[in-house]
Design a protein around this ligand. Structure first.
Ligand code: GLN
Length: 350
């Protein structure tokens, strides 16, 4: 996302006022030649932070008790580029639950194991036009599963992960997420307990899927592994690095490890465009034009293929379950830095 240049006065000034900046430890890939200058990125991110910091729209998810009591003022932004430059601002050390953003990486793992065609056949990739936890979508959709990012499709995707028991599946998922983040990630036990005590809706979805033969392991066991994957803690920088791994053809820009198969990246990103923000996905594609995924914990990560990823964390959500501030920040930054993939300007065509 940032082109490498000798530090100018404006860069130094931006480094003082903004964001901590960590230079690349390991250049897994050179910065894109059409990437905007680093100082510009820093100033645009700072503007977005200042502009939306006091925005009080939206409200915390309240159907998971732990999330209801999170400080709704928490606000952090992180960008990680494909050459592992890191820009962070605000509450970036706070570990929040990844929630539905986990679905992207479980999809990636299922594709590693089964290949894209099998996953497409068993789950699909159609928007549901309904809330993420809708049982009506399971009944109505010809595939019943819809796509890997609504709860029903996500539980079905989790049920595809191989393992001799639930514990082995869960450990495999956690290890895969950790490789994408380049750091060992952990379960936030209180989130898991809070959600496991209240997830009757997801259990109902899993049984409905069983009625249609669209779940591929024990339904309740699959819900339990899914609930754990949603309760994994990440901070904004870890989440941005997970996104940057996708932006970088599946190679983690910090460790250089090929985590996700290169050939699976387009299907993963296109699914994020179709359904990453649930029934807000069409509006998001219209306004922002980036593959992204939200979670009810307040995180959103957006991928700028070949350049990097931006992750924003702020708990208050809109009606569809997407962080209000995170959407505004990413929209603001993407527009000013020509990130919209549907615009030829994103590849430098003036
Ligand atoms: N764990 C949450 C659930 O199952 C995930 C939903 C979300 O982030 N949209 O409801």
């Amino acid at each position: 996302m940032f082109a490498n240049r000798a530090p100018s006065k404006s860069i130094l000034a931006a480094m003082l006022i903004a964001a901590s900046f960590t230079p690349a430890l390991l250049s897994a890939q050179k910065a894109s030649p059409v990437a905007p200058r680093r100082a510009l990125v820093e100033s645009v991110v700072r503007e977005a932070y200042d502009k939306f910091k006091t925005d009080t729209n939206g409200k915390n998810a309240d159907y998971i008790p732990y999330l209801a009591q999170a400080d709704s003022k928490l606000f952090g932004i992180a960008i990680v580029t494909t050459d592992n430059q890191v820009l962070t601002l605000g509450d970036v050390n706070y570990s929040f639950s990844i929630q539905s953003i986990s679905k992207v990486f479980t999809l990636a793992l299922a594709m590693e194991e089964l290949g894209p065609d099998k996953v497409f056949e068993k789950v699909g990739s159609e928007p549901t036009g309904r809330p993420f936890n809708s049982p009506l979508a399971v009944v109505d959709m010809p595939s019943h599963t819809g796509n890997p990012f609504v709860n029903a499709g996500a539980i079905a995707t989790t049920s595809l992960i191989s393992g001799k028991d639930a514990n082995e599946k869960w450990n495999k998922i956690l290890e895969f997420y950790s490789k994408a983040a380049g750091e060992k990630l952990k379960l936030i036990d209180e989130v898991y307990k809070s959600e496991a005590a209240t997830n009757t809706g997801n259990k109902a979805l899993s049984y409905l899927l069983a009625k249609y033969d669209r779940i591929y392991a024990d339904p309740f066991e699959s819900v339990d592994v899914y609930t754990k994957q949603c309760s994994v803690g990440v901070n904004a920088a870890q989440l941005a690095r997970m996104g940057a791994t996708l932006a970088n053809n599946g190679i983690n820009p910090a460790t250089g490890e090929q985590v996700v198969k290169r050939e699976n990246i387009p299907e993963i990103l296109s699914t994020m465009v179709v359904a990453g923000l649930y029934d807000g996905s069409g509006g998001w594609a219209w306004h922002v034009g980036l593959p992204a995924k939200s979670g009810v914990g307040g995180g959103i990560v957006a991928i700028v293929p070949g350049k990097g990823a931006i992750a924003v964390f702020a708990p208050p959500l809109d009606e569809a379950g997407n962080s209000v501030k995170a959407q505004k920040v990413i929209d603001y930054v993407a527009e000013r830095l020509n990130y919209n993939l549907f615009s030829p300007a994103s590849v430098g065509l003036k």
